[in-house]
Ligand binder design. Structure first.
Ligand code: KIV
Length: 262
């Protein structure tokens, strides 16, 4: 049986200059595909609000929805580490709320770790959650839950603030940090400064690992794609072609044939 990736192994990968491949997934069949493809970390991201639920932002996603999706992903992930993303307002209201909700990801949904957005301001929460035995992945730079506070999805360029956020979350006990929407030259500095692995998304090639939203990579998101996305396959068009053929064969009587009958 395959062994589950641990936070110790991720630290070792950074030390050995071995890149970490992370990807999101939100349900069992896609998590199986991601797992089979050798990804090290599967994030059940609150991006599910936008790519699965059709929302305009990640803000409406609830804790119960995150638990529902994380459960499905955990069943498929034998090797990859499953990280549950703490949705908007599941940790911002205080320590007790943050601890309780972080715990739910491990107790109810089979995750190994949780992720939450923010730097200096959330570092006390990261410390408490880590102290409770729950590994925390931090997320700094462009933090989508703060879209209104940032005035849109904007690249974050304040080097001093970013470095200070990165150092604070590491000191608080985060085992890794996602760097989103950060100029590549700043990401290098952060990656060199920290002992914990940096996982980049729109943060250049020199992070310790990379993450993308699965539906962006697979061509299942028809909305505007940010510059940092590489679409590796157009599964959306492939599915449409197959389904159009099905509709046409049903209408023409070509399907089902004798081989599909009892
Ligand atoms: O919600 C998400 O999918 C994320 C990743 C893009 C890092 O936070």
């Amino acid at each position: 049986m395959k062994k589950k990736i641990t936070i110790t192994e991720l630290l070792k990968m950074k030390k050995n200059n071995e890149k970490i491949a992370a990807l999101t997934a939100y349900d069992f069949p896609f998590a199986e595909i991601v797992e089979d493809s050798g990804v090290h970390i599967i994030l059940v991201g609150d991006s599910l609000g936008m790519v699965v639920q059709g929302e305009e932002s990640t803000l409406p996603v609830t804790m119960d929805e995150m638990i529902y999706h994380t459960k499905m992903v955990s069943k498929a992930a034998k090797h990859a580490m499953v990280v549950g993303d703490m949705p908007f307002m599941s940790y911002q209201a205080g320590m007790d709320q943050a601890l309780y909700n972080a715990g739910r990801f491990l107790k109810e949904a089979g995750a190994t770790a949780v992720k939450l957005e923010g730097g200096v301001t959330v570092s006390p929460l990261i410390k408490e959650i880590s102290n409770a035995g729950i590994p925390v992945q931090a997320h700094i730079g462009l933090t989508p839950q703060s879209v209104h506070q940032m005035g849109g999805y904007k690249v974050q360029r304040d080097e001093e603030r970013l470095l200070s956020d990165a150092k604070k979350v590491e000191a608080a006990g985060a085992f890794s940090v996602v760097l989103e929407g950060i100029p590549a030259d700043i990401s290098i500095k952060i990656t060199k400064t920290l002992k914990i692995p940096t996982i980049g998304i729109g943060a250049g090639p020199d992070c310790d690992g990379q993450i993308l939203v699965l539906h962006d990579l697979l061509g299942l998101n028809r909305r505007h794609l940010p510059k940092f996305v590489k679409q590796y396959v157009n599964l959306g068009d492939m599915a449409r072609d197959g389904i159009k053929k099905y509709v046409s064969e049903v209408q023409s009587g070509k399907f089902p044939t004798e081989e599909h009958c009892y």
